[in-house]
Design a protein around this ligand. Sequence first.
Ligand code: MLT
Length: 427
Amino acid sequence: MTSIAKLRIDGATHDLPVVVGTEGEHAIDISKLRDTTGHITLDEGYTNTGSCRSAITFIDGEKGILRYRGIPIEQLAANSTFVETCWLLIYGELPTHEQLKRWSSLFTKYEMIHEGLYHHFDGFPSTGHPMAILSAMINAISCYEPDLMEMESPTTFQISAARLISKLRTIAAASYKASIGQPIIYPKPHLDYCSNFLHMMFSIPFGDYEPDPETVAALQLILILHADHEQNCSSSTVRMVASSGANMFASCAAGVCALWGPLHGGANAAVVEMLQNLHDNRVDLNDYVARIKDKSTSLRLMGFGHRVYKNYDPRASIMKERADKLLSKLKGVDPLLEIAKRLEDVALNDPYFIERRLYPNVDFYSGVILRAMGIPVNMFTVMFAMGRMPGWIANWKEVHDSDGVLYRPRQVYVGSGPREYVPIDQR
Ligand code: MLT
């Protein structure tokens, strides 16, 4: 039975339908509110607004639950591969053997980028940020391979989605090589998705990088854990752009730009910088936490707290658990991991953090793992983008397959009232 919320405005009562999600979330449907009452709702920063109905990812921030298409993130992290998780997110079901085989073969078939695209890397200064390059190059692919824009049939959509995810790693690695002045390395078809990326990042013309299983497993884990996160800033951006009818490439390039910001994808780099600074300056962690609580300082505990989680971010728990094992194999004891764990301990025993329900989020441990894999700090957000691409594509598809409503929020205007234009010599 549909329940109804009652809203009283100026003595009149209005009925508003209550929509209930499959996990019991309740939302008041206000889509007809302006037509019936003349009012809109105001929710700056969308802290309490459901912008869409989506069947992709579920988060219970109070309980620290994250599921992709109903499957707990813990199970995917333990059993799946990134390529399989991409299929799950985009198509809603785990693939069969046949589906996975074809899907993987598409990744291999389309791993190269058009030779003309490589010349674009010469046009970027070596100081150019890899996220700027990534976003520009995603848009540029569609100029070189116009057939990618044909996505109306299930087959052409599948090919385009696989091509985008596959080429993204080639572009990401090439942008790194260009930034350090090394020749770009071509992909190798016999390598899996993660090994191939590591090969393109770290091989040189006279020496092949042989990725060890721990590094490949670490990359696999990082990509799976970042693959989607319901209506985060970049996925909402992708949906917004997609709603105008923009193609998947343009929409995902916009997602990259949204992710670039330090409040979103850039936070993992900030965590490593903070840990490095604490290490280099031998800062006392109790003292550091005390300074963070002091409102007169602008210090923040990077990688702590999340807009949705009021509990431990499940992705951070998985990473913390795996970080020890991975790091001891990859580089022995990492002093930054030790500092991170001690810092977490100090914070989580402090009433300030307990009362505010501030827990480590995904960024708290991911940077330490990426660092141990040899990924430079300015590539951290690019790694996040590689992981998030299937989530963006799944969101793009959901909008594309829906009834085609253009996303168009309203606003409360707070500027000047009507006034006359003043000619320039009278101002
Ligand atoms: C993410 O994974 O996108 C971040 O945790 C941010 C968010 O969900 O808002």
